[in-house]
Design a protein around this ligand. Structure first.
Ligand SMILES: *Cc1c(COP(=O)(O)O)cnc(C)c1O
Length: 375
């Protein structure tokens, strides 16, 4: 269907942070898909694990155990501090699962009338009917009526509005850095206060880390920047390293809220996808995370004082650039013509380079980008 405004580019192959079109032209990648290819294009170890698994066992229903799925669950819980995980196929599906989990937790404990889910203005939580309701942007609340009820949006930073909204709520859902909303990081004090408010009234604190998770911000989870462990964290984009997967991570409080038959997903926890995700989790060690932080700093140092740059936002290798006068979309088009792929979010240029990008490709990309911004 006509659902995407695509660039005039056919990508034929890629390796690391470089891809080629069908004519052999090369491009430096500052997109990772949209924060998906955290190990870049066709990482050898990842591709070997995926293809070996495809030859061994492609799919079973969730009526049986598979080793890659069990291993991934174990590893993810071990490295994040969560108790249990549910696997689906996308960010929206993970958020749907988190919403169901939160509502069930509250229903079990308090009964009817406490089903509201509070989210932030300018958030993005997905494209299903319910996650569109969760998304705090009016532009997404058109055409598809009726949307799922029971959602309320409060402005980030407004603790007074938040405390009112939490009345009758079962959960607060936040992105620590609003990605689609323009790469806007939440204020640390707001996060700390919101977390405490939720604790005090047994409202579940849910982190949508679909974009910020899996090392993107220089920590495994962005919540680690804020020193908190949310009751629920959702993951997707980077987790599979390029194959579709979503995950709902549940803390002790909600680990046993859902029982057999209460939720499910035919493709969730697919062994081929999980084999790739296991490589991603293994590779995201302290060394790589420190390197992500370093490269995020490098990007910022190149933008600091660069003519044409009005403001820089984000965390780690999740970077938003507000241009002085140029339109972000025009910059993305000019970058493509010069051999660099970048994203936009609202009025900002958005950079989500592969976490493993080498310094030479990063420098080349920044040379191209700064030359366009200056121009
Ligand atoms: C991309 C994104 C989603 C939606 O993920 P899909 O896999 O496209 O369903 C949800 N939340 C956030 C924060 C995202 O960035």
């Amino acid at each position: 269907m006509n659902t995407y405004a695509r660039f005039d580019l056919l990508i034929e192959s890629g390796k690391g942070a470089i891809c080629r079109d069908e004519k052999g032209n090369e491009y430096v990648d500052f997109t990772s898909g949209i924060g998906v290819n955290c190990l870049g294009w066709c990482d050898d170890e990842w591709a070997d694990a995926v293809s070996a698994q495809a030859h061994k066992l492609n799919h079973t229903s969730n009526l049986y155990y598979t080793e890659p799925c069990a291993l991934l669950a174990q590893k993810l819980c071990a490295c994040t501090g969560y108790a249990k995980v549910f696997f689906g196929n996308s960010g929206a599906e993970a958020n749907e699962g988190a919403i169901k989990l939160a509502r069930k937790y509250s229903y079990d404990k308090y009964g009817d009338g406490r089903s509201k889910v509070v989210t932030l203005v300018n958030s993005f939580h997905g494209r299903t009917i319910s996650t569109l309701s969760a998304t705090g942007q009016d532009g997404y609340h058109k055409w598809f009526f009726p949307f799922t009820g029971g959602f309320e949006h409060v402005p980030a930073g407004d603790l007074y509005a938040l405390s009112n909204a939490l009345e009758g709520a079962c959960a607060l859902v936040v992105e620590f850095v609003q990605g689609e909303g323009g790469v806007v990081a939440l204020d640390a004090n707001f996060v700390a206060e919101a977390y405490e408010m939720c604790r005090a009234s047994d409202v579940l604190f849910v982190a949508d880390e679909v974009q910020t998770g899996m090392g993107r911000t220089g920590k495994l989870l962005a919540s680690q920047h804020f020193g908190i462990l949310p009751d629920i964290t959702t993951l997707a984009k980077g987790l599979g390293g390029g194959l579709p997967i979503g995950a709902v991570l549940a803390g002790e409080k909600v680990a046993n809220t859902l029982g057999a038959g209460m939720h499910g997903s035919t493709f969730g926890g697919n062994p081929v996808v999980c084999a790739g995700a296991n490589v991603v989790v293994d590779r995201l060690d302290d060394k790589l995370l420190a390197d992500v932080a370093r490269k995020g700093e490098y990007i910022r140092s190149r933008l600091d004082g660069c003519p044409g740059v009005k403001a820089v936002s984000g965390l780690g290798m999740m970077v938003g650039i507000l241009p002085e006068t140029k339109k972000a979309a025009d910059i993305a088009k000019q970058a493509l013509a010069k051999g660099l792929l970048v994203l936009t979010a609202k009025d900002r240029v958005r950079l989500l380079p592969p976490l493993t990008i080498d310094d030479a490709a990063l420098e080349k990309g920044m040379d191209i980008l700064t030359s366009i911004l200056k121009d």
